[in-house]
Write a protein that binds this ligand. Sequence first.
Ligand code: ADP
Ligand code: ADP
Length: 230
Amino acid sequence: EVSKFSVQELDLYYSNFQALKKINMEIQEKEITAFIGPSGCGKSTFLKTINRMNDLVEGVKVDGKIYLDGVDIYKDIDVIKLRSRVGMVFQQPNPFPMSIYDNVAYGPRIHGIKKKSVLDEIVEKSLRQAAIWDEVKDKLKKSARAVSGGQQQRICIARTLAVEPEVILMDEPTSALDPISTLKIEDLAVELKEQYTIIIVTHNMQQASRISDKTAFFLTGEVIEYGKTE
Ligand code: ADP
Ligand code: ADP
């Protein structure tokens, strides 16, 4: 099996506080890995470390190695490129204050795509992949904040997919949602793993057992158990 991410002896310090301790993990392609553990045990920190969202912050120190497809992400990949390969979905649905269309077209436009027909195609494809196209196709020009929380979250997933990432990090993507929306996002995650590598942080043990292939249990900065979910 090919490891998408190989994490070796990873330590992370916020000034003098050690938030991650000697973490080793081989995250496989086209699997869902669930991170479980109490609040404050380092799950978000780990996500932010593997897409380099926090090492540029004052006082943060990272030790150890993280490889993406065998390439050292702290040495040999530029951060902008890494971020486009590793997309992130947050706990609170956070669409930009603009139309549904513009939210999904945002990333492709930043990457220089201007042609309307091409953008139209990407927007439709991404919204379809995020299982929200049918619900929003007649209101693409409406504000992305004028739909339900569960729909906003799927629009945010479409926004992430539109830049064609390889990995999707989801930080408690359902904890702000109702049970029906939660099930939709879970089904969606299972569909997306055909094509993507997914890491999902969750407080919900049932959710982990329903959708994940591997589970890592975090406790005070350490991974205390890691393996096949079953
Ligand atoms: P959760 O993962 O439980 O939803 P957060 O990740 O927002 O919560 O925060 C977890 C803990 O980390 C909280 O105790 C919070 O106060 C602390 N924390 C988060 N960001 C910072 C920060 N920038 N500086 C200091 N403490 C922080
Ligand atoms: P989780 O996602 O599991 O809730 P976090 O990764 O948010 O945990 O936090 C892990 C620990 O690191 C917590 O003790 C938290 O207070 C601390 N922490 C998180 N972010 C910061 C930060 N920016 N500066 C200082 N401490 C932080």
